[in-house]
Design a protein around this ligand. Structure first.
Ligand code: DX5
Ligand code: ZN
Length: 216
């Protein structure tokens, strides 16, 4: 079953509790938490105090997407929150392999993300072997509601081929511009975890779960 990860970046922040509650009890749904620092990306979202409360409140796998310049600090800070997956950007790291190894001591699932201009070849076989997830950014990170970059499909296919050829077990997650009209192509390329922000949360709340099902 494909996983869908609604990104709360596009939710109603004044009603965050009731927004997230809609997904409780849904199978193969993760909540995607976009953590932006105003430095690695121009935008700023939310950080540790809010994430901690969200993790305490809900029994949904929480998926942290770190768009920060100092991923190691945040990983360490959040290690006891009960997050399911933590993903950091390869572009923000001097030694990604070391950070993956460290993160695996504290998190059930560890992912690495590549921005649209970062080639798949920047991920070494040592990294691919250890990773639980690879996040292909299909927009420039920082903002919701942007258009899907079509070249991302080739990167997904390449990661899928590497996975098959080498027996790697990582999930391929795709984030940015995922909608009803492109989710099939993205899945057929090999992705099995789709992040969607605006496409889910722009709907009336009673449609959120239907939209999740249509994406997979
Ligand atoms: C963008 C974030 C995404 C964002 C996606 O930098 O990483 O998770 O919420 O938003 P949509 O689905 O609207 O493109
Ligand atoms: Zn994201």
């Amino acid at each position: 079953m494909n996983i869908v990860s609604p990104s709360i970046l596009s939710c109603d922040f004044l009603n965050i509790e009731s927004e997230i509650k809609h997904f409780e009890g849904s199978k193969d749904v993760w909540m995607h938490l976009d953590i932006m620092d105003g430095h690695f990306v121009p935008n700023l979202t939310f950080g540790e105090p809010i994430i901690k409360q969200i993790c305490n409140k809900f029994n949904i796998p929480m998926d942290a997407h770190l768009m920060v310049s100092n991923p190691e600090w945040h990983m360490n800070e959040m290690k006891d929150y009960g997050l399911h997956n933590i993903t950091f950007h390869i572009e923000a790291c001097d030694n990604s392999l070391e950070l993956i190894t460290k993160a695996k001591e504290s998190y059930p699932s560890v992912g690495i993300s590549i921005k649209p201009k970062t080639p798949v070849s920047d991920l070494t076989s040592d990294m691919l072997e250890k990773l639980d997830l690879i996040l292909v950014m299909s927009v420039e990170p920082g903002f919701g509601g942007q258009g899907f970059i079509p070249e991302s499909i080739d990167k997904i296919k390449e990661l899928d081929r590497l996975r098959k050829d080498n027996g790697y077990s990582y999930q391929i997650q795709v984030d940015g511009g995922v909608k009803g009209d492109n989710s099939k192509v993205i899945r057929e390329a090999g992705a099995n975890n789709l992040v969607a922000g605006s496409y889910v949360f722009k709907q009336p709340a009673n449609k959120y779960l239907n939209i999740v099902e249509t994406l997979r």
